[in-house]
Design a protein around this ligand. Structure first.
Ligand code: IPM
Ligand code: MN
Length: 360
């Protein structure tokens, strides 16, 4: 098959980890007889530097014209980078949010797996980590606080800021359906996370998710409050299978879920719309402090490539090959600095990419 992939390397460690993802995709293309064409696009801080804005209409159009988007990461140090002196709508993150909205990417899938080889890197107590876990956070991505009206203005002489949290039933229903569909292919359990003891949006969320659940009698549905879920994630993460939640809660819980696996550098994500189209990026950030040093962990980007193969291209065998190559390299004891443990061999970002590509 021939596929056109839009590539947004972005800022910070983005360019170096995306290079390794492409190295692995090229190994897949060679082994399975596919052709992947890559189109480089700017977004985030690098686009601000080149074009004066974080996302141009040309970049949006080029993404739409492609079969899928592979992304690294965007943004810089929010206290020192000049990008954060700009008005909010011209900062790097505004580009990413606009891209998600323009492409209709409402469903963000963030798997979080504790690999047996990495139990030693898990910050939790051994009696918790030894149970392992394999969960998937289904984060709503184009609604809620991120996209509600906001303003900062004086009210009666007092400077006041307002952000609006809004969800309609259709937005909730479509993400709930995605969560139950994915749960049917996994362990058939959905935990819906909300703050229904306080928020109206959460009470509507609970009602609609419960309605959707009626169409999936085989799936067990559980409702949980977000504060309690944050606690359960470190107390007993093995209880979770699919977790579905609104945008802001999903942002926070997915970083927490990632960290309990041992490193933010391990976890991929897929952002999908109603079609096969998707944007694939690591769950973690641009890590400007280690950018350009060739020490970042490229596994999240490589596994994002595997998700692209699986979800956008229906190449399941190819995706398995990448995921197995990652497992193999970990089992052989290779590690980047972030997941380095006793007895392992520390490698650089590009070495890790080559090791995985060789094992595809
Ligand atoms: C993420 C990031 C983004 C978000 C930022 C960069 C806008 O933290 O993808 O989780 O909050 O969604
Ligand atoms: Mn985040």
């Amino acid at each position: 098959m021939t596929k056109n992939i839009a590539v947004i390397r972005g800022d910070g460690i983005g360019p170096e980890i995306v290079n390794e993802a492409i190295k692995v995709l090229d190994a897949v293309a060679k082994k399975f007889g596919h052709t992947f064409h890559y189109t480089d696009l700017l977004m985030g801080g690098c686009s601000i530097d080149a074009n004066g804005e974080p996302l141009t209409d040309e970049t949006i159009a080029a993404c739409k014209a492609s079969d899928a988007v592979l992304m690294g990461s965007i943004g810089g140090n929010t206290t020192t980078s000049p990008w954060y002196k700009l008005p909010a709508h011209l900062r790097p993150e505004a580009g990413l949010l606009k891209l998600r909205k323009s492409l209709g990417l409402f469903a963000n899938l963030r798997p979080s797996v504790l690999y047996p080889e990495l139990r030693g890197a898990c910050p939790l107590r051994e009696d918790i980590s030894e149970k392992g876990f394999d969960m998937l956070i289904m984060r709503e991505l184009t609604g809620g606080l991120y996209f509600g009206d906001r303003k900062t203005e004086p009210v009666d002489g007092v400077m006041t800021a307002i952000d609006t949290l809004k969800y309609d039933e259709n937005e909730i229903r479509r993400i709930a359906v995605k969560a139950f569909e994915v749960a049917m292919k996994r362990n058939k359990k959905v935990t819906s996370v909300d703050k229904a003891n306080v928020l109206d949006t959460s009470r509507l969320w609970r009602k609609i998710v419960t309605e959707v659940a009626a169409d999936y009698p085989e799936v067990t549905l559980e409702h949980a409050l977000v504060d309690s879920t944050a606690m359960q994630l470190v107390r007993n993460p093995s209880q979770f299978d699919v977790m579905v939640t609104e945008n802001m809660f999903g942002d926070i819980l997915s970083d927490e879920a990632a960290m309990v696996t041992g490193s933010l550098g391990m976890l991929p994500s897929a952002s999908l719309n109603e079609t096969k189209f998707g944007l694939y990026e690591p769950s973690g950030g641009s890590a400007p402090d280690i950018a350009g040093k060739n020490i970042a962990n490229p596994i999240a980007a490589i596994l994002s490539g595997a998700m692209m193969l699986r979800y956008s291209f229906d190449m399941n065998e190819e995706a398995d090959a990448v995921e197995n190559a990652v497992k193999k390299v970990l089992a052989e004891g290779f590690a980047t600095g972030d997941i380095m443990r006793d007895g392992c061999k520390q490698v650089l970002c590009d070495e890790m990419g080559s090791l995985i590509a060789e094992r595809v």
